[in-house]
Design a protein around this ligand. Structure first.
Ligand code: HSE
Length: 429
């Protein structure tokens, strides 16, 4: 039986999950794939902390070189995250003729294009199924299953931590900080949780999806990104009363020959499938010209689902290495199908707006006058219960241009009767 040696760099939550999966599924994977996958080395700076898995001391090392320069290692699995030193490790592993598996969305968002092209030149594979959507096989689906399609839309919930927080806030009425701390305890959040709640993690993942779906090499800095930090329980409540859920969506949408790329909290109609995706679950909606509409749903964070994706890449690459076929690698395929990324100011969408104003005659007339000046048409208005001296007024608009909305809100926020910065959340679907 063919043996494939794997070196794992990073023995944290995900690393330990992958080791556990490879150990507990060894016989199962052997039977299914006909390959014996051997963990030859595990590398981490910290070899003292107890892990939920037993490994022989002889394979543990704190020296990355023991993985990169071991001629017997076929596949290097990078699970340390972040850009430095992960990028150097991956490039060096490729230079040493090793295939790579990574879950590193921040790195692939920044340098995926360069890494994939480098690997292609060397005839090596880079597996990155775990970088988006935890255990959901979205990378394989976009690059293989949907290869014949022109992709028109990718819209999803791709940060489990944010979804968990928004769900807890909506269902249990707990506050943001409490919900975040539970997500951290469960191991969903990034080491730096601001990546989750600022929308950056979703932007990293969206740039990977945009490369596969539209051939666009967009870094996270090319993606308009807003997180969930400013979402208040009252907005979740008002949205609910109007028949919507608040979700952090990542959107890649073709409009003529340009691509909208954006991450922001979004009001989604209660009947929409995405509105019903709760907790740490992720869901990704993909529309292709042949395949039509598809929805992927699954656990998007945590050691088990992520290790499911990492192990699938290891087995797939091991299969290519051991096959008799001439193709020694599985190149990442992408082709540009749009001209440019649309400027956020040009995006057209509907809006939920919540003003916090004095309750006196003429306020609504003043606000609606400014909205009309910027050609923003109001679909509904509702005045909520007064608290202290001010009152929340919630408006839903028809489609409006983002640039106009920004100008209108700037003007409205300067009015003396406006007591707090106006909240605006986009509406989709
Ligand atoms: N922190 C990420 C999330 C983990 O919450 O989705 C998976 O990438």
């Amino acid at each position: 039986m063919k043996k494939i040696n794997v070196g794992i760099i990073g023995f944290g939550t995900i690393g330990a999950g992958v080791v556990k999966a490879l150990q507990s599924k060894k016989a199962f994977l052997k039977e299914k794939s006909g390959i014996d996958i051997i963990i030859s080395r595990i590398c981490d700076n910290d070899l003292k902390t107890k892990r939920p898995v037993k490994v022989s001391k002889s394979i543990l090392t704190s020296s990355i070189g023991k993985v990169l320069y071991d001629p017997d290692i076929d596949i290097v699995v990078e699970l340390i995250g972040g850009i430095t030193p992960a990028k150097d490790i991956i490039l060096e592993a490729l230079r040493q003729g090793k295939h790579v598996v990574t879950a590193n969305k921040a790195l692939l968002s920044d340098s995926g294009y360069e890494i994939f092209n480098f690997a292609r030149k060397l005839g090596l594979s880079v597996g990155f199924e775990a970088s988006v959507g935890g255990g959901i096989p979205i990378i394989k689906s976009l690059s293989e299953g949907f290869i014949a399609n022109r992709i028109d839309l990718i819209r999803g919930i791709i940060n489990g931590t944010s979804n968990f927080i928004l769900t807890k806030m909506a269902e249990e009425g707990i506050n943001f900080a409490e919900a975040l701390s539970i997500a951290q305890d469960k191991g969903y959040a990034e080491r730096i949780p601001s990546l989750d709640i600022s929308g950056a993690d979703s932007a990293h993942k969206l740039s990977i999806l945009a490369l596969l779906g539209f051939g666009v090499n967009a870094k996270a800095s090319d993606i308009y990104t807003e997180g969930i930090v400013d979402i208040e329980p009252m907005d979740i409540q008002y949205a609910k009363e109007a028949g919507y859920a608040v979700k952090l969506l990542a959107i890649a949408k073709r409009t003529r020959d340009s691509l909208e790329l954006r991450v922001h909290p979004t009001l989604v109609r209660r009947e929409h499938l995405l509105a019903n995706v709760g907790g740490v679950y992720n869901a990704i909606f993909v529309k292709g010209d042949l395949v039509g509409e598809n929805l992927f749903f699954g656990e998007g964070a945590g050691a088990k689902p992520t290790s499911s994706a990492v192990v699938s890449d290891i087995v797939a690459i091991a299969g290519v290495i051991s096959s008799e076929s001439k193709a020694a690698s599985r190149p990442v395929l992408f082709k540009k199908t749009v001209k440019n990324i649309k400027r956020m100011g040009d995006v057209e969408t509907r809006y939920y707006i919540r003003f916090y104003t004095l309750d006196k005659p003429g306020v609504l007339a003043k606000i609606s006058g400014i909205l009309a000046k910027y050609r923003i048409s109001i679909a509904s208005v509702s005045q909520k219960e007064k608290s202290a001296s001010a009152v929340p007024i919630v408006m839903m608009t028809h489609e409006a241009i983002e640039r106009n909305m920004a100008k209108a809100l700037k003007e409205i926020n300067r009015l003396p009767m406006i007591k707090k910065k106006t909240v605006r959340i986009r509406i989709e679907g």
